[in-house]
Design a protein around this ligand. Structure first.
Ligand SMILES: *Cc1c(COP(=O)(O)O)cnc(C)c1O
Length: 355
């Protein structure tokens, strides 16, 4: 993809690299950032020149709208290096489209493809040493946009900053998690911003999740806000249930984030002959499935952890422990998806794009 000449990216490289001080074997997720970042400012109704600069703190006006009214959106994606040292993105078009959908919902300007996609490509290329090869290694990419306009006036900002920062990541097995099914709190509501990747969707989850943590559960499974009877997402991941040999997951809606991992797993499962049902899954079905043994697995799906198996859930103060599986479908699907992402298996879907 060639850049639009109006968006020629200005590059100022770091004089030294901090890569030598990074322990790539022991990387806490999302805590170490590469040498460079990209930013592009929007004002007077248009996007300016994108700039790649050394990663550094930045000055902001204390009255910037993002601090007061939460106009902030983001994306989460990964880059992978193959055995030939080529670097690949996984379905970047999906993240780009979703980013602009989030932007529209938060009354923010859409970001041009030349800035988002070409910006990612150039930034990754400059920091390509930070992408390690081998299964489970990746570079986590965090494009985001904040309202930088001055003044505590409760209306959309006239100025924004789009940025990309990147963090080397290693997949680690964080163990199975115990989850609490939400009976009161909600992550999203009809007409709300649940389908947007908005910062506020995360801050509003912290308190209910903290309460769940205090009771010994690592995550909350969100239910629909109106009736709390339908299972919607697991923390910040989409959620799948295996009932006998059928994989079930909630259909995307205004309350559910349209995950790239979710849709990719559905396609892989269907290709391999697994029946997939995208339909509302009821809490009552889980309880029933525990009683008659038809509920086999529950797992979360999202870019950061790919798949997060769930060991058991609590509902109305009763804890239900899932039966242990010899060959969990969750791990089989994770293996298949990560092999495509890491270019270790043929990408028959055409999902991977070389940088
Ligand atoms: C980002 C996110 C997901 C996962 O989306 P992916 O594209 O698979 O990373 C799921 N649910 C919520 C609420 C999210 O914010």
């Amino acid at each position: 993809m060639s850049g639009n000449p109006t968006f020629t990216i200005k590059v100022q490289k770091a004089e030294t690299s901090k890569i030598g001080s990074v322990d790539f074997e022991n990387l806490p997720f999302g805590n170490v950032f590469t040498d460079h970042m990209l930013y592009c400012d929007y004002k007077n109704g248009e996007w300016g020149t994108p700039v790649i600069e050394p990663y550094a703190p930045m000055l902001m006006d204390p009255s910037s709208r993002v601090f007061h009214y939460g106009q902030a959106i983001f994306e989460g994606m990964k880059a992978y290096k193959d055995e030939k040292d080529d670097i690949w993105l996984f379905r970047p078009d999906q993240n780009f489209e979703r980013f602009n959908k989030s932007a529209v919902r938060l009354a923010m300007p859409e970001v041009p493809e030349e800035v988002f996609i070409e910006g990612l490509r150039q930034l990754i290329n400059i920091d390509r040493e930070w992408v390690k090869k081998g299964k489970g290694n990746s570079l986590y990419l965090r494009p985001f946009m904040i309202a930088t306009g001055h003044g505590v006036i409760a209306s959309p900002s006239a100025q924004y900053r789009f940025m990309i920062i990147m963090s080397p990541a290693k997949s680690y097995y964080q163990g199975e998690v115990k989850v609490l099914i939400a009976e009161h709190f909600s992550r999203a509501a009809n007409g709300g911003i649940g389908a947007a990747k908005a910062a506020g969707n995360y801050s509003s989850q912290f308190y209910p999740t903290k309460l769940a943590n205090e009771q010994g559960y690592q995550q909350v499974i969100w239910t629909d806000d109106a009736t709390h009877t339908k299972l919607e997402e697991a923390g910040t991941m989409n959620v799948f249930f295996r009932i006998n040999d059928t994989l079930c997951t909630a259909p995307t809606s205004e309350r559910i984030l349209d995950g790239v991992t979710r849709k990719s797993l559905i396609d892989i499962a269907k290709r391999d002959g697994i029946t997939v049902e995208e339909r509302p899954v009821l809490v009552a079905e889980l309880i029933e499935g525990m009683k008659n043994g038809s509920l086999k697995e529950i797992f979360g799906a999202g870019t950061a952890a790919v798949i997060s198996p769930i060991e058991g859930f609590s509902y109305q103060d009763v804890y239900y422990e899932l039966p242990k599986q010899e060959n969990p479908v969750a791990l089989e699907l994770k293996e298949k998806l990560t092999s495509i992402q890491n270019k270790l298996a043929e990408d028959t879907f055409g999902w991977t794009e070389k940088i």
